[in-house]
Write a protein that binds this ligand. Structure first.
Ligand code: PMP
Length: 430
């Protein structure tokens, strides 16, 4: 029998020893001590169906035995060198990414987080174009480093009060609350067209790149219309501006395709990745077309980037994802979840909007006048947790329920989720 310190004691130590920006969910948080595929267990032995996957990280499930074995085998053989020595996992992983990523993306740099990947991608774009101006989207999130935060268009995550300059924000394709007060498709993608106005009126005319997320995760699961990114890309191409696609949260099967940009049939010039690439082992990467990547020739190393253990975890993750067709499963299961949520929407008017692709689905909760139902979102999260189901929340107002389970979840699990959500929504008084 394991003896764990209590959640109260963890909270006390957290208050005393962690920088307070490390916020947590729930009024009464539990201590998680173990994971097994789509399940998590707390220190009392209570089981939770995980429908958040640590924000789209453990796409192949918690402690997936095949991935864990690959990690342990590598840890027991060679844990770390550095890119100054030759090891084979890093090049095999880069080769696989070149094969699996859409379009002509070919050469990769490995690091240890999504923020670092976006920093690196921005550097590469600057080296290639000779510019350090960027365009980003409102409600986007690209990291917590100086530049990553400056590229972030979501005020909750913009703590830095002296952000980097030269970044302009374009209105996002948030059709439920259109920032331009228009309606799709009559709008003719006015939000995308706005990018051209920004380039012409608010920049020097020489912009390095535009950062986008195929679905804005933290921004509230904002899912642009399928023709949106084609328009964006054609505008950027006309001005010689690179498209950097941040697949940190959407990548690796999450949305029903290996990479979310495949839904939009648009080729990224640089793609950034992290989170699910190594199924929970710290990882980050950016990959680019060869002609772009090849301008980065001065020595640039990340001490832990592409280390043998992380690369082994990533190789095992890619193998598992493809062997079990988890992207295909996410597409099928995502439809079950979305259909079930649509049925609930008829019964519960608090469900204002349902959006997303595959198993990356957001449910925006609102009052009858469409104002965000913030308090109710928290109540639902807490009550679902008490019932043994973990759901996330995001969006600028924190009123969007986020469903991003491990892709190994089953249809039966999703029905359990839907039944419990139905009960909890019925018990909520507005
Ligand atoms: N980009 C996106 C789209 C993200 O969701 C996140 C993390 N939530 C990041 C970048 C930053 O990644 P990391 O926390 O690994 O630095």
């Amino acid at each position: 029998m394991n003896h764990y310190i209590s959640p109260e004691e963890i909270l006390r130590k957290k208050r005393e020893y962690l920088i307070p920006c490390a916020y947590h969910f729930y009024n009464q948080p539990m201590q998680l001590v173990r994971g097994e595929m789509q399940y998590l267990y707390d220190s009392t032995g209570k089981e939770y169906l995980d429908c958040f996957a640590g924000v789209s990280v453990v796409n192949c499930g918690h402690c997936n035995p095949e991935i864990t074995k690959a990690i342990c085998d590598q840890v027991n053989t060679l844990q770390h060198t550095c890119t100054i020595y030759l090891t084979e996992n890093i090049v095999n992983l880069a080769e696989q990414l070149a094969q699996l990523t859409p379009g002509r993306l070919q050469k990769t740099f490995f690091c240890s987080s999504g923020s670092e990947a976006n920093e690196g991608a921005a550097l590469l774009a600057s080296l290639y174009t000779g510019s350090s101006e960027f365009i980003s989207l409102r409600q986007g999130l690209h990291g917590r480093t100086k530049l990553g935060m400056s590229l972030t268009g979501l005020s909750m995550w913009r703590t830095d009060n002296t952000p980097v300059g030269g970044i302009n924000f374009a209105p996002n394709a948030y059709c439920y609350r259109c920032p331009l007060d228009k309606k799709y498709p009559e709008c003719d993608l006015a939000c995308a067209n706005e990018i051209e106005t920004i380039i012409k009126t608010a920049t020097s005319g020489k912009v390095a790149a535009m950062f986008v997320e195929p679905i804005q995760g933290n921004g509230g699961m904002i899912t642009p219309p399928l023709d949106y990114f084609k328009r964006v890309k054609s505008i950027l191409d006309a001005y010689g501006i690179l498209l950097i696609v941040d697949e940190v949260q959407t990548g690796f099967g999450r949305t029903g395709t290996l990479f979310a940009m495949e839904h939009y049939d648009v080729e990224a010039d640089i793609m950034t990745m992290a989170k699910a690439l190594a199924n929970g082992t710290p990882v980050g990467a950016f990959t680019a077309r060869a002609e772009i990547a090849d301008v980065y020739t001065r020595p640039g190393a990340s001490t832990l980037g592409g280390n043998p253990v992380t690369a082994a975890a990533s190789l095992a993750t890619l193998h598992y994802l493809t062997k079990h067709d988890l992207p295909g499963k996410a597409a099928v299961l995502g439809k079950i979840l979305k259909d079930g949520l649509t049925v609930l929407q008829q019964k519960h008017p608090i469900i204002g909007d349902i959006r997303g692709l595959g198993l990356m689905i957001g449910v925006e909760l609102v009052y009858s006048d469409k104002t965000p139902a913030i308090k109710e979102t928290d109540l639902i999260l807490e009550e679902m947790k008490n019932r043994g189901i973990l759901v996330g929340k995001n969006g600028p107002n924190r009123n969007v329920l986020a469903f991003q389970p491990p892709l190994v979840i089953t249809a039966e699990d999703l029905h359990r989720l839907l039944n419990n959500l139905d009960d909890v929504l019925s018990s909520i008084k507005i």
